[in-house]
Write a protein that binds this ligand. Structure first.
Ligand SMILES: [Zn+2]
Length: 437
């Protein structure tokens, strides 16, 4: 446990890494004050009791993981798993549990006493949804001790981790100054577009002062920076007609080709400097037959940046490219109606970063260090993006264990010593942030 108290990590930006890696490690200084704070907490009998109980609970935690993994939670259809998770949280002894309007499961563990210096509500979150469509086989297969099933790691293991944290808090009788919410969120993946967490931060919602997501494989990775993205579906429409007899009409597929060309050229110019920003036309479609002028063409576009203003600038380039392509194609028209373009936003994740010296980030660094793991501050695209983008303290931490092939049918998760360790780490961070009474 004895480690150097002040860590200074200097990250060298290597151009090739910048281009091909999704994550950035950023430099930080760990303030000794937070190491002392966590060390003091670690000595408390109740924390030690909770840790012991987490070890005792290991078989139960594993059973819960198998049970929840085998309840499918496709995008927009998390309700079955949500109901089961609600029942488990009730059984674990939450003061109040409910499923909200959008399907999030919220369990409240009341504070003993409010203290104005502490946040009112500290959230520990994992997401209910998986990326797998309805009908996907989700039965766990055992390969030795390795659990193989879609969603077993991402993020069912996260759900089980936060459930075990609640059980351990109750068993050891830890009292906190802030209310603790244990939350299973809907819609973290893909087109879910963070709708669960967005709902929790809607205007007029109870004020959440700190947010801790459990959603990541590698121990020690602390996500304090959100990778923002905008996603669009673009559709060009026209009259359509015969390729010979209607020749001269504006052509939606030609417009789409122009749109991609103009966008990719302008976007490439933009990314030559500044914070890492990416663009991708991921899917295209349309057309009737080789001898028809199509009546429709479409594409799906993904734009990402670690920097909000770069994201907005790239968005502007994209919007202008679509209009320029429409204009150019309509200009070539010799007969028939003009084309139209519809641009629908299908994803909106804001970017942002909470500073490394913010207490929650410092506590996450201190707790990780005291578990003898080297912490890294990274960028990610998780539920934390929403609070981070609003300047609310938020981090995403690891689920523990070994894991791989996430978002694939061969996804696997294997318990090892980092499994219970990750649960203890989450509990300690949560209690440090919520304040112990
Ligand atoms: Zn996830």
């Amino acid at each position: 446990m004895k480690r150097q108290l002040i860590y200074i990590v200097v990250f060298l930006v290597i151009v090739s890494q910048r281009l091909f890696s999704q994550d950035y490690d950023s430099a930080f200084i760990l303030n000794e004050k937070y190491v002392k704070e966590v060390k003091k907490l670690l000595k408390k009998k109740k924390i030690q009791d909770a840790f012991e109980y987490i070890d005792i609970l290991e078989p139960r935690t594993l059973r819960d993981l198998i049970f929840l993994t085998e309840l499918p939670a496709p995008p927009f259809k998390e309700n079955k798993r949500a109901e089961a998770f609600r029942d488990l949280l009730e059984e674990a002894g939450a003061d109040k549990v409910w499923i909200d309007e959008v399907g999030n499961v919220i369990a409240v563990r009341n504070a003993v006493k409010r203290d104005s210096e502490r946040p009112e509500v500290v959230v520990l979150d994992a997401h209910l949804d998986t990326v797998f469509p309805e009908g996907t086989e989700v039965t766990i297969k055992l390969n030795g001790d390795t659990l193989v099933a879609p969603g077993v790691g991402d993020d069912t293991r996260g759900l089980v981790l936060i459930l075990t944290v609640l059980r351990a808090l109750n068993e050891s009788g830890i009292n906190t100054v802030a209310d603790i919410w244990i939350v299973g969120t809907v819609g973290e993946e893909g087109l879910g577009d963070l709708r669960g967490v967005k709902h929790l931060f809607r205007s007029g919602a109870p004020a959440i002062r700190s947010w801790i997501s459990v959603d990541g494989g590698t121990m020690g990775r602390i996500t304090n920076s959100g990778l923002g993205s905008h996603r669009y579906r673009v559709t060009f429409t026209g009259e359509g007609g015969h390729s010979w007899s209607a020749f001269g009409m504006a052509n939606p597929i030609h417009a789409l080709g122009r749109a991609i060309s103009i966008f990719a050229t302008e976007a490439d110019r933009f990314i030559q400097s500044g914070p890492k920003t990416s663009f991708n036309v991921g899917r295209i479609g349309g057309g009737t037959s080789v001898n028809s002028i199509s009546y429709e063409s479409w594409m799906e576009v993904d734009i990402r940046s670690v920097d909000h203003s770069s994201l907005l600038a790239m968005d502007d380039i994209f919007q202008k490219a679509m209009q320029a392509a429409l204009h150019d194609e309509n200009n070539l028209r010799k007969k028939g109606e003009i084309l139209n373009v519809k641009i629908e936003m299908i994803g909106d994740r804001p970017s942002g970063e909470v500073p490394a010296d913010m207490p929650l980030v410092q506590r996450a660094l201190a707790v990780t260090t005291l578990f003898d793991i080297s912490p890294r501050l990274t960028t990610g695209s998780t539920n934390s993006n929403i609070p981070i983008s609003r300047g609310i303290p938020a981090v995403t931490i690891s689920r523990g264990g070994k894991s791989g092939a996430s978002h694939s049918l061969k996804e696997w998760w294997l318990n090892d010593s980092s499994g219970p360790q990750a649960i203890k780490l989450a509990l300690l961070l949560l209690v440090t942030e919520a304040g112990i009474k």
